[in-house]
Write a protein that binds this ligand. Structure first.
Ligand code: URA
Length: 253
């Protein structure tokens, strides 16, 4: 069995992830469970090479067709879930994406009351890499805070605080605006823990009043109206792919 892909080939698990069949990890499980066939034969090795143009891949007997990858930037408004649907009928990102061919889905999360940049794609491989902490993809937030943290707190936020038993990675923190009763911070993180910005500030008893993601890796929100979306330009796709291309320990993207 071949596991070194030629230019027209790719690894089976990646192919399944890109087709929208499953996440990369779930695809690997499906393969190991023997539920995937390649040209009629069960394969159990996720690294097996396939040529999407020639080979027939089936999961539980059903033919898998490769989806053309699509990449969108979306401006999530406040008070919207970051999911494709909601059983309780609350507004969700899926409502905005429903008309788009290729079934893009949001990569990573923004809280219900947060707004800003969301990458949406059907490229499961890229999505996994953007989310994975190993790639240290940069996320930039504008954060309105009740109160004005002093230098000591800002230094602690920068150097890392212990959340859920684990110290946060070094972060960029600077003032955008400083008032008497509140302020705006610009925070740059290279990890994406659950409610990380809010938890980091809560740790020092500061409440986040507004939270907006303005950049993700090489992508910037600028110019996109709330609730709007646009296709990524080819140069943006290229930069995004380059930013998660290899694992270079310690390198920030
Ligand atoms: N940090 C948070 O607290 N919430 C988000 O939605 C994103 C980052």
């Amino acid at each position: 069995m071949k596991t070194d892909p030629s230019p027209s080939e790719e690894r089976l698990a990646r192919f399944l992830a890109r087709s929208g069949t499953a996440s990369r990890r779930h695809a690997e499980e499906l393969i190991r469970e023997g539920r995937v066939t390649l040209n009629g034969k069960a394969v159990r090795e996720p690294g097996t090479c396939v040529d999407p143009a020639k080979d027939s891949v089936r999961v539980d007997g059903k033919r898998v067709k490769p989806a053309a990858p699509v990449y969108f930037l979306l401006h999530k408004p406040r008070n919207m879930l970051c999911t494709m649907e909601d059983p309780r009928g609350r507004p969700c990102v899926g409502d905005l994406l429903s008309g788009i061919k290729g079934k893009p889905y949001p990569v990573g999360r923004l809280d219900f009351d947060a707004e800003g940049l969301l990458l949406c794609t059907n490229d499961g491989e890229l999505a996994n890499r953007v989310i994975h902490p190993r790639y240290k993809v940069r996320k930039v937030y504008h954060v309105k805070v009740r109160g004005v943290p002093d230098k000591k707190v800002i230094d602690r936020l920068r150097s890392g605080v212990v959340l859920d038993g684990r110290k946060t990675a070094p972060a960029g923190v600077s003032f955008l605006k400083r008032g008497d009763r509140n302020c705006w911070l610009r925070m740059t993180l290279h990890e994406g823990r659950n409610r990380q910005v809010k938890k980091m500030l809560e740790r020092f008893r500061y409440q986040v009043v507004k939270l907006k993601r303005v950049a993700l890796g090489p992508l910037a929100l600028e110019g996109l109206p709330k609730g709007g979306y646009r296709r990524l330009r080819p140069d943006e796709v290229q930069k995004l792919q380059a930013s998660v291309a290899g694992v270079d320990k310690g390198k920030k993207r």
